[in-house]
Write a protein that binds this ligand. Sequence first.
Ligand SMILES: *Cc1c(COP(=O)(O)O)cnc(C)c1O
Length: 392
Amino acid sequence: MLFGSRKFKKYRLMTPGPVPLPPDVRKMLAQPMLHHRTPEFEKTLFSALEKLKAAFQTQQPVYIHTSTGSGAMESAIVNTLSPGDEVIAVVSGKFGERWAQIAERFGVKAHLLEVPWGEACRPEMVERALQQNPRAKAVLCQASETSTATVHPIRDIAQVVARRPDTLFMVDGITAIGAMDMLMDEWKIDVLVSGSQKAFMLPTGLSFIALSEDAWKMAKTAKCPRFYFDLDQEKKALEKGGTFFSSAVAHIRALDVALDNLTGENLNCAIIRSNLMAYTTREAAKLLGLTIFSKAPSSAVTAICVPEGIDGVALRKHLEDKYNVTVMGGQDQLKGKILRIGHLGYITDEDLSVTFEALVHSLVDLGYQGFDRGKADEVSQFVEGCLKEFKP
Ligand SMILES: *Cc1c(COP(=O)(O)O)cnc(C)c1O
């Protein structure tokens, strides 16, 4: 009866990227192909580029790479730095590790500012790291470290970095833009990157990057090798009316539509909705007697600790196999210990409430003693009650 229940027949994608796509985006993706060197497509391209500036809260141009988010992280490094340069990399999870690795691969020395997983980097830590490494040309930091569902205080860290005229502040905003305030110009972020499969509600495959004036100045002398990700080349091509390589026409047409949800008043709505989703997820977990992993929880994704005695890897798989709900587990030191529920993208109230019902049933299925199946109704009513307050 339970497994056959209709609500568990619908597939629910509850990860911090990729995310479910809104109907207007899916409709756009199904349109007949157009060539990228046509006036019709170019109009769409420049419309999307203009809206991206609003999503990034910047007056600077935002560039599109046909790559996943990591491509924009690489682009940030190769366009602004030279082999032999030094940077400070905030490492508090997998994505922080990745950025430091990319820098090292290009011969840039990354001084690691290691923060325990699940904790926020404090501005004083960055201040100290800058004193210890006065040659640092940049500070690299995730806004929302997706692997631990933790946010870092970007605005405050930016103030510390801004006191050093020759140090850039580079921010991985991949799960932050569209889920929390990220005011590139006002906060003085020098390089900001994001990716399409997160709050942009598109398939994986596009990444975005914007550089401040200071970052562009550094780009002039940056000697890291680059070809595909050379932003100067892309800038010149756009001045002539198109992209340097073939444009990802289908994705960019969909981006232009999706960005209507992330510009102007809608951007604020998306952020409020994400915050409410995150709050509801945390409170629903507490209602079940479960604990939240992060000490500075993100509004894009929530990490719930797997209760003692339950195998988190088996739990994640069971949710998917029996209840059609995909969430993410933990990686490395967190493997089997947390479940990460994404609340970006086109997620309905019902998606979140059914996810919690499925979690209750899955835990009971795996022998958890903390509650019985009756808790499923209680938690789903709680979730729907919380979310009723705000419809996007
Ligand atoms: C998803 C994500 C990335 C990039 O991942 P890709 O798989 O390359 O798209 C980078 N940083 C953060 C914080 C992310 O959430």
